[in-house]
Design a protein around this ligand. Sequence first.
Ligand code: SF4
Length: 200
Amino acid sequence: MIFDTIKQDCLSCNRCSLHEARIGDPVTFSGPTNSKIMIIGEAPGEEEELFSKPFIGPAGEKLNEWLNWIKVSPSSIYITNTVKCRPVNTVGPSKNFTPFKEHIQACNYFLSQEIEQLNPKVIVLFGRTAAQALGFLKPGSNIQNIINTVYTYKGSSLLIMKHPASLLYAKRDPDKYNLLREEYKNGFIILKGLIDFINS
Ligand code: SF4
């Protein structure tokens, strides 16, 4: 089974420097390997690394809330990250960082196999890192210009949204939070339309 092979290969991977800070296994994918829908996030955080599962913890809870809002079961979706090892400082206080270009490029070895094997009908990219990995955003470009836009990628419909964690960070600024919430609402309405279309 190709997904088992991907997982096994990933567990022993040292293709980029992120393997040096691993305290657990790389975090591969979750969900059915015959799903028509694929979500691609950025990278595992502390809780994901601890439990070896993508999108758990507060950002995962946000994602589940929105999926439940559009009446889509989170467990019906194939969920993965752009990079499979937690990007965390190895010196000084333990702090996550955004993966670098070389990490994204190295881990694309796995992501490209996942996309090819799953062959989803709908792909959702959450955040800058995922958008960069698939070539929809150049480093330094503004993600706002491509948010809630539907593209075609290798025969799939592809939607770009900000990472659900951004809602957590925005909570301290009510105006920003409300704008962002509206943006997510619109994004998930678009996603619901795409899912209804492939299921029709
Ligand atoms: Fe390998 Fe990806 Fe981990 Fe880098 S982030 S070591 S490429 S599994």
